[in-house]
Design a protein around this ligand. Structure first.
Ligand code: ADP
Length: 457
């Protein structure tokens, strides 16, 4: 029987047994003296009744106390199982009610603390997942305790595959491991920049030693610095390209001035020839500086584009006419087949003219005698495509993806006066119109540059 196992029930049973024994003894004594009636009999009866009453009362109290303990034990078990909403219903008796209320207050407090803890954990998780940098927390044995999504992405792994595993198994690049180990050994912040070869990305790693109640470890912060590196490289290349483009004409001008100074100035014919060349070189430098300025203001967004419906056939006609003489001199045929009812495009008229001029200039420059340059167009419900096609030398396949880059020239040895900026300007201008430009080419057969602009409604 369960009741007999509880301490209060045991006390009750012992107490009841004692009272019963006492009552029995009194009765026996009375029986011996043959005095079962009269005052002694009444006393015996009273004692018996009190004894029986005491037994009943003690049993009842013991049972009630046992029930209270059972209820509290049960409630504690629910709480331990994570049922934080579980509470004890207020019992009738004063003591039990006090116990139940104390227990419920404790459960409320516990639930509040757990709620706060969960909220903090959720906030931490959100911060970890939304931050741009990768974060990895390592324990004292260099095992991954925590890893956020940017870190998983950079290291091309997932949380399940990494949790609890040694860092050496998670990271392929030994520099990351080295930085973490160094920081753990020296208990100092360590920093390294490395290249993730498999992803062709650059990473900045900062390892910070941590010591907390939960133990020592290292916090790794991973920052993708590829774009920053790219900017630095581009800037370096830019300075080198500009210097390179300016050096030749400057050297040439300087040499010719020297020759003139050293006596050639007296030879009128030579002087005129030198002056012509100097003018040519100065022209090249001026064109370069102008294109650089234009590109710079395009890239910085200082040159806003004012879009308006533009009559495509009219703009194409004007630009083609402008090149007719040059083309004739080069013995290249030039024309267009844009229909008279071609849809209007959303563009800034002068800028569209400049884009087409750049593309036609290139087409004429790379199309040998007897070739042809043709402009055409087609339209969909929302877009208009304008193509500038030539039957020239074409662009080798490996160079095609780069022709829109600044200073890119397919044949650097050609001294055709190009700066390598023309197509970069075209791309920026088209993108500023909300459109796009692509190039297709077959070496020896020709090239097609296609502009896509929004159709005017
Ligand atoms: P550039 O001022 O040197 O012409 P661009 O940016 O206009 O500079 O062009 C970049 C390179 O792309 C050129 O140097 C040339 O090699 C190549 N290219 C551009 N247009 C054509 C074309 N229509 N046919 C062949 N090659 C071209």
């Amino acid at each position: 029987m369960r009741l007999s196992r509880s301490p209060s029930a045991r006390i009750a049973i012992v107490y009841a047994a004692l009272v019963t024994l006492l009552t029995g003894a009194v009765c026996f004594m009375a029986a011996d003296a043959a005095e079962v009636t009269g005052p002694i009999g009444a006393a015996a009866t009273a004692t018996f009744v009190i004894g029986a009453g005491s037994i009943g009362l003690t049993l009842w109290m013991g049972r009630r106390a046992a029930r209270t303990i059972r209820t509290v034990t049960d409630a504690a078990r629910h709480l331990a199982n994570g049922e934080l909403d579980h509470r004890i219903a207020a019992p009738a008796s004063h003591e039990s009610r006090e116990l139940a209320e104390s227990f419920n207050r404790m459960a409320d407090l516990f639930q509040d603390r757990m709620r706060d803890l969960e909220a903090e954990q959720r906030l931490l998780a959100v911060v970890m997942e939304t931050m741009a940098d990768g974060v990895i927390a390592l324990d004292a044995n260099n095992r991954v305790r925590l890893i956020n999504r940017p870190a998983q992405r950079l290291l091309m792994t997932d949380a399940q595959a990494t949790h609890g595993r040694p860092l050496a198994e998670v990271v392929r690049d030994f520099e990351v491991l080295e930085v973490a180990t160094r920081s753990a050994a020296t208990r100092q912040i360590q920093h390294a920049e490395l290249e993730l070869l498999h992803q062709r990305r650059f990473l900045s790693v900062i390892a910070t030693p941590i010591s907390a109640d939960i133990g020592e470890g290292v916090l790794l912060t991973l920052q993708d610095v590829t774009d920053l590196r790219q900017v630095q490289t581009t800037r370096r290349e830019f300075v080198s390209n500009v210097s390179h483009e300016l050096r030749n004409p400057l050297a040439s001008v300087s040499a010719m001035v020297e020759i003139l100074e050293s006596g050639a100035i007296d030879d009128r014919e030579a002087t005129l020839d030198f002056l012509g060349r100097i003018q040519n070189d100065v022209g090249r430098m001026t064109a370069l500086v102008n294109e650089l300025l234009e590109l710079s203001s395009l890239e910085s967004g200082q040159m806003p584009i004012h879009l308006a419906p533009v009559n495509l056939v009219e703009v194409v006609g004007v630009v083609v006419e402008r090149f007719r003489l040059t083309a004739a001199v080069q013995e290249v045929e030039i024309g267009h087949c844009v229909p008279a009812d071609a849809p209007y495009v959303m563009a800034e008229r002068a800028k569209l003219g400049q884009i087409l001029t750049n593309l036609i200039e290139n087409a004429l420059r790379f199309t040998p005698r007897g070739g042809r340059v043709t402009l055409s167009s087609s339209a969909t419900a929302r877009w208009v495509e304008i193509r500038v096609a030539d039957s020239g030398v074409g662009i080798p396949r490996e160079h095609l993806p780069h022709v829109f880059e600044r200073f890119y020239k397919v044949d650097r040895s050609r001294s055709d006066g190009g700066t390598g900026l023309g197509l970069a300007i075209v791309k920026h201008l088209v993108q500023a119109h909300g459109g796009d430009v692509t190039a297709a080419s077959a070496e020896g057969e020709g090239s097609v540059f296609t502009l896509t602009l929004r159709r005017a409604t």
